[in-house]
Design a protein around this ligand. Structure first.
Ligand code: CDP
Length: 255
């Protein structure tokens, strides 16, 4: 009988990946190398942090909840032709992704004023921003992720003007799809943060898309359905995260 080599054994629509060494352990996710040079595994841990890591906790089930939401959104965006690093879920908390060389930018799209925008500028909380704003932060915890602009990005060689244009256009496209989908579930997408990376010359959406990186308000009650619940002790954050996952995954087909 012909034996199938370990790496070629089929699993759910893919190939078994062997997780090898830990590449990076972030605040809430760990990234592992695999026996395939072009693929990584992102593990969503049960940790939650806020205020640059100043507040930390471990909440059972948080990793699988955020992994499920991220996986759902990456697949929704892929269906709309947006290139993401998502390949598939290996189990509840581990996502198989394309290996990217990450661009150290936090790309924030804002539909309504909240958070640092209200703290730093004379916007009113909840004020509609039309058109939506794309704000770029330089990703560097030791510098507290300072805001950056196109000129500084070019001077530092972080991205070319062309790449930056692609990143901003993609972020606005992601905003259009996520806002429309969430509106259908009675949820307002206030703002969110994306990260991008490159494989060769192609730019892909990377990182995660979850309640940790989005600000979501219930359309009717204006209740926070995101990490603000944890940041400002507004209730049981796991109950809220689980509720969002339920509302999202019962959302049917999009568009
Ligand atoms: O949320 P905060 O006041 O710290 O910062 P913000 O600039 O108002 O954040 C805008 C959006 O990006 C929020 O949905 C944040 O959760 C998200 N964000 C993030 O996920 N990670 C960061 N390092 C900064 C912002």
């Amino acid at each position: 009988m012909k034996t199938i080599p370990e790496r070629e054994k089929p699993v759910k629509g893919g190939i078994i990946l062997k997780q090898t060494k830990l590449l990076q352990s972030g605040k809430v996710k760990s990234v592992f190398e695999t026996d395939d040079i072009g693929r990584l595994i992102v593990e969503f841990r049960d940790d939650i942090t806020a205020f640059d890591g100043g507040k930390k906790d471990t909440l059972k089930g948080k990793g699988s909840c955020n992994a499920a939401v991220s996986s759902f959104f990456f697949q929704l965006l892929e269906k709309q032709g947006i290139k993401t690093h998502f390949i598939g879920m290996l189990d509840d908390t581990r996502m198989e992704v394309r290996r990217l060389s990450m661009i150290p930018l936090e790309v924030i799209v804002r539909n309504y004023a909240a958070g640092s925008l209200v703290r730093n500028y004379p916007f009113k909380e909840g004020q509609k921003l039309h058109p939506p704003l794309v704000v770029l932060d330089y990703k560097d915890d030791s510098r507290h992720d300072p805001m950056i602009n196109d000129e500084i990005i070019a001077a530092l060689g972080i991205a070319t003007p062309r790449e930056l244009e692609t990143i901003k256009e993609t972020a606005l496209l992601v905003n259009r799809h996520l806002s429309a989908f969430l509106a259908g579930q009675g949820i307002t997408l206030v703002d969110f943060k994306l990260e991008f990376g490159k494989a060769g010359k192609t730019i892909y959406l990377g990182d995660e898309i979850s309640m940790d990186s989005m600000r979501l308000w219930d359309k009717k009650t204006k209740e926070s359905l995101d990490k603000d619940v944890y940041r400002f002790d507004r209730g049981d954050v796991m109950e809220v995260y689980a509720r969002v996952l339920h509302r999202i995954s019962s959302g049917g087909n999009y568009p």
